[in-house]
Ligand binder design. Sequence first.
Ligand code: OGA
Ligand code: MN
Length: 277
Amino acid sequence: MPIEYESVKPLIGARVHASRNDMSDPDFVRECLSLLDDRLVLVFPQIGLDDKEQLAFTDLLGERYNFVKQLTSGDEEDVYKITLDPEINKTPEYVLGTFFWHMDGVMEETPPSKASLLSCRKAAETGGQTEFANLFAAYEHLPEEEKRQLEGLTVLHSVYSAVRPVLELDVTPDNFDGIKKQQEHPLVWQHDSGRKSLLVGTHADRVVQLPLAEGRALLIRLLEWSAQPDFTYRHQWQEGDFVVWNNCGALHRVIPYDKHSGRTMHRTSVAGNEHIK
Ligand code: OGA
Ligand code: MN
């Protein structure tokens, strides 16, 4: 049975018509994977998966990747709970970082996750929508002259740059170890498929070959370009919604929400199988 969906916008997004049973059908999962290449973001409105079902679907997409490695004792714990509730979340700086455009896992030595998956357990009353930007479209729609200017440029991506917007001034690279992580990546990622995408985001700190100000101006301009309405989709969450995105080809961020809103999302990830190059 072919997958049934409708495109949300011409360049991004698919609303998929599926039942919870379909999610464990290997043929259906294969079709989801190919749709992810094309539409970047798959929305399963109010499908209401529980953690077990979300993990089972994650495992069918690829190899489950656990961001919070210290919590590996049981199945449930491969599900990361995204909340700003101060009772539950003792390290809000990581979740506050999600307010800014990013790709998951860019500063790791392993390839960035292939797909990220979010289930909405409780939506915020105001704010809390998640936005996605198609980085293939962002590259492909650049004028040819500009594509040529980007050839050979590499970018230093750093945790410091990613968390700078949410840091208190007394947190410096000297007293927060994880902040030192950085990776150099090409500004244009040529994927195994042959397609190219831009790689920008708040973690993109500087262009190695350019003076600091020129490089940052370029990175900010390319980020603004990538986030233009034609290339982006904003998801308004309802409880039970499930969204899967192609993490290597898209940026995402959440519209700010109140830490007392109760907004809670359950996140799983599929390990990447392609280094950025
Ligand atoms: C994530 C993320 C945004 C959100 O799960 O990686 O950035 O909407 N989440 O909570
Ligand atoms: Mn994220």
